[in-house]
Design a protein around this ligand. Structure first.
Ligand SMILES: [Zn+2]
Length: 344
């Protein structure tokens, strides 16, 4: 590899990449063919207004949708050895990684951020399907472990948004090793008594569903998401039976008890907020208090100080007991607490 191929060529290519042209102002829904204006796409959070089809979105859109005021701090991805097997198929693995990095601007498939959700500090980790199919390799495995460590350190719940085709085959056994590693990491959250919420998005398959993606205290899925281990064709060939309609889709899994909730993207933020506040036994703060905190945070930033996520937020959190301002469904609490392994 010389500077011509590794440095000059990508720079030259970048010159010829199409800029935003008027045709990019309109998106076509893959499901119903409806044309959607780009500004509407943002307000609709990439959900088709006509048929409610949930399009794939990346970490930035997720974080913007979930965190208070779309304000969050990104956590640096952990470094791992690159291409340990010196793998090559039609293309070199190192080249594939480079391409994915250029395309997404990410180090690897998983991005971690910390911020608040209705005032409660929370770690949100997002798997990006655009980065080599969101595949689970060493870097992704390390990132999951780091998310857990940060959640434990900050005493914050972990929300993991999954999207993956499975393990990253170019890393062979090293990628498979991430399955037990991440499983053990999830156990650390359990020991710390912190909620671990999984949001399954389209598609979540393979080794990811065989490890951390199915270990949440509460398992949520977006409507229509494909969730499974092996694909339907492989299953049909193995069991020699035709599979029912909608097999491995979120709604089907919900009906059969594999997941707890199917939540529309527009309701995701408030559902997650309700669940983590219930499980942490905290009350969501009022908009006025949120505004105050926002001011304080802006002040801190201008003072060049780092945000102490714990301090000011904790004080604002009152106990749930004796407060009539929020209505809690007792069944909801019991069910969620059971799921989380806590006694209500
Ligand atoms: Zn549509």
């Amino acid at each position: 590899m010389n500077w011509l191929t590794s440095f000059a060529r990508p720079k030259l290519k970048a010159l010829f990449i199409k800029r935003d042209t008027p045709e990019n102002l309109w998106f076509k829904c893959k499901n119903c063919g409806e044309m959607i204006f780009h500004r509407d796409m943002l307000t609709e959070q990439h959900v088709c207004p006509s048929c409610s089809f949930h399009m794939k979105i990346g970490p930035k859109e997720r974080f913007d949708n979930l965190f208070d005021d779309s304000d969050y701090d990104l956590i640096e991805s952990p470094k791992v050895p690159a291409d340990p097997l010196k793998f090559k198929d039609q293309k070199k693995y190192s080249d594939r990684i480079k391409e994915a990095r250029n395309k997404t601007g990410q180090e690897d498939a998983i991005v971690i951020a910390i911020g608040t959700l209705d005032g409660l500090p929370v770690v949100v980790t997002v798997q990006n399907f655009q980065f080599m199919g969101g595949s689970l390799g060493m870097a992704a495995g390390e990132a999951i472990i780091k998310s857990v460590e940060i959640a434990v350190q900050k005493n914050a719940p972990l929300i993991l948004v999954t999207a993956a085709g499975g393990a990253r085959m170019q890393e062979g056994i090293m990628s498979l090793m991430q399955m037990p590693r991440t499983t053990i990491a999830v156990q650390l959250l359990r020991e710390a008594g912190l909620p671990y919420i999984v949001v399954l998005t389209d598609p979540t398959t393979g080794g990811v569903t065989a490890s951390y993606a199915m270990l949440g205290d509460v398992q949520i899925a977006e409507p229509g998401a494909l969730i499974g281990f092996a694909g339907p064709r492989v299953i049909e060939q193995t069991i020699r039976e035709q599979l029912p309609d909608g097999f491995q889709r979120a709604e089907f899994l919900f009906e059969h008890g594999m997941i707890d909730l199917v939540v529309h993207r527009h309701d995701m933020r408030k559902t997650l907020s309700r669940i983590i506040h219930l499980l942490m036994n905290k009350k969501p703060i009022s908009p006025e208090e949120l505004a105050k905190l926002r001011k304080a945070k802006a002040q801190e930033k201008t003072n060049g100080e780092t945000l102490a996520l714990q301090g000011p937020m904790e004080e604002k959190q009152a106990s749930l007991e004796g407060d009539d301002s929020i209505k809690i469904d007792i069944e909801d609490v019991t069910r969620l607490s059971k799921l989380a392994g806590h006694t209500p």
